[in-house]
Design a protein around this ligand. Structure first.
Ligand SMILES: Nc1ncnc2c1ncn2[C@@H]1O[C@H](COP(=O)(O)OP(=O)(O)OP(=O)(O)O)[C@@H](O)[C@H]1O
Ligand SMILES: [Mg+2]
Length: 490
């Protein structure tokens, strides 16, 4: 879907150069040399952006402007004024023009302006397209763990009461943004903007003008009035990410919006009322920030109306396989590597034993990398990052007493590419195996030995010298063990 632009100007040269430049950027352009023809067309077909000259042979752009806005309030009008004619420009802006271009202008200037309009002013058709894309991309919060089921219920509740302020808490990469988008798209605000702002990424003063906009002349660079994100999000949702990093003066301003639903543009004197739902998110310890005085308590209580906590992935390990499979499916399509059908069982075990400090995002990245690197039909340990071997739940194979801590979740048998394997049961996983009826001391010790050697070989990527070193065995002794357990491939 491309942006539709109409140029209304009777100077052929201007029509031609603008059309040429805009079409080369991929926009759809129509040109008109008088107001009447343009209006006839506009009523029937509309346009996302209208470049309107003030001096037209049959009318004045300033008179056309209200008519255009009346026909389609969503379309954006840029007036083209004569050099130095500030008065006309100001009148046009007052009558609802989005911006003005003073002749002579450069093509770069025009292109920049169009990009800005598309990015910040949310051309209707583009926005819809964008939202549909977001919706389809972000429509699934995967997971069957109890905490995720509860999370889905909380999202539905938050979506229903679409004025309630929501605070989403969770470690980095747990899915806070995903949850925020879900709340928005399931709510009555779904067809209005979802605007996300990262409080940590922009400095204080810049963020203030981003959020609240500014009046012309409010500061040195403020050559034009600008609407802030609060205004642009009107009717929709403003997602304030990393709220723990908001600086002190902005905290006061935000508090005021939350309390009174109104604010002023930077340098402005009139209040602007907005209907925006605020969802904020943080991975910081806000209680600690309040204690040290870097977060206002009153702001915290205003933000913390409906809290949603997302558990770290290490606390819901039973979802690892399901998530991994979904990411695998996504990336094998993206990278045209549909020959990859699943994970080797060693790879699955490694993935399930890891703690994921970067949570779901880290798992996603691991799978993306593995799909890129894998040359066979199954993702194998060799293409998983080293961390998965290092941090393996404090397994210390040298001291046998530590082995019992190693109790990973069993590989999920639901995928036919994942072989069911009784060996995934880990030594001492169950209590006191010697009380089992079929317990056989010798066989049991043998299976423990075999399992340990297998794990260490997985860890070392099959390197026997390294495995022998880890096990504290000579290479000869290891070879003997491998033979004994039928694992000697030589
Ligand atoms: N339950 C889930 N199901 C599917 N994908 C998920 C899930 N949770 C997170 N993801 C994916 O993990 C990645 C990280 O999620 P997101 O950006 O929402 O995390 P975050 O908590 O906002 O992270 P940060 O604190 O670093 O900003 C995204 O690609 C997201 O789609
Ligand atoms: Mg985030």
């Amino acid at each position: 879907m491309s942006v539709k632009i109409a140029i209304v100007d009777d100077e052929e040269m201007i029509q031609w150069t603008l059309k040429e430049a805009m079409e080369s950027e991929g926009y759809k352009v129509e040109t008109f040399d008088n107001g009447k023809d343009f209006l006839t067309y506009f009523k029937e077909y509309g346009a996302d952006i209208v470049f309107l000259d003030i001096q037209l042979p049959d009318s004045n752009g300033l008179e056309l402007l209200p008519e255009i806005i009346h026909i389609d309030p969503e379309s954006i009008v840029v007036v083209m004024t004569a050099f130095g004619d500030v008065e006309t420009a100001v009148t046009a802006m007052k009558k609802g023009a989005y911006d003005y271009l003073a002749k002579p202008y450069s093509i770069e200037e025009v292109n920049l302006l169009i990009k800005k309009i598309i990015q910040t002013n949310l051309v209707k058709s583009q926005l819809q397209h964008y939202q549909e894309k977001l919706e389809s991309h972000f429509s699934h919060i995967l997971g069957e763990n109890y905490s995720i089921k509860l999370l889905r219920e909380h999202i539905a509740m938050a979506a229903k009461s679409d004025h309630t302020t929501v605070l989403i808490r969770g470690e980095s990469g747990t899915g806070k943004e995903l949850v925020a988008r879900q709340i928005h798209f399931q709510s009555a605000r779904a067809d209005k903007p979802f605007i996300d702002v990262n409080a940590a990424a922009v400095s204080g003063t810049l963020l203030e003008s981003e959020l609240f906009g500014h009046e012309k002349g409010a500061f040195t660079d403020a050559q034009k009035q600008k609407k802030g994100l609060f205004e642009l999000a009107n009717g929709g949702t403003l997602f304030l990410d990393e709220i723990g990093d908001l600086d002190a003066s902005l905290q006061v301003k935000l508090l005021r919006v939350l309390q009174e639903r109104k604010f002023r543009r930077v340098g402005g004197t009139t209040d602007i009322h907005v209907d925006v739902r605020i969802i904020s998110a943080t991975n910081a310890n806000l209680e600690e920030k309040m204690q040290e005085g870097s977060l206002r308590k009153d702001l915290f209580y205003r933000l913390n109306v409906f809290t949603i906590n997302i558990a770290p992935l290490r606390e819901r390990k039973d979802d690892i396989v399901l998530l991994a499979k979904s990411f695998l499916d996504e990336y094998r399509k993206e990278f045209s590597k549909e020959n990859i059908t699943g994970f080797s069982e060693e790879a699955l075990t490694l993935m399930q034993c890891y703690d994921y400090p970067g949570n779901v995002r880290e798992l996603r990245n691991i799978i993306e990398r593995a799909v890129l690197l894998e040359t066979t039909n199954l993702i194998r340990p060799a293409n998983l990052p080293d961390e998965l071997r290092k941090n393996n739940n404090s397994i210390e194979f040298k001291g046998s007493q530590k082995v019992e801590q190693f109790t990973p979740v069993k590989a999920q048998p639901s995928d036919n590419s994942i072989k069911k394997e009784e060996d995934v049961t880990i030594p001492f996983a169950d209590d006191k195996p010697w009380h089992r009826k079929d317990f056989n001391f010798k066989e049991y010790i043998d299976s423990v030995e075999k399992k340990i050697i297998e794990e260490v070989l997985v860890e070392t990527g099959g390197k026997k010298t390294k495995a022998a070193e880890i096990l504290g065995l000579s290479r000869f002794a290891l070879r003997h063990q491998l033979k004994k357990h039928g694992m000697d491939s030589e």
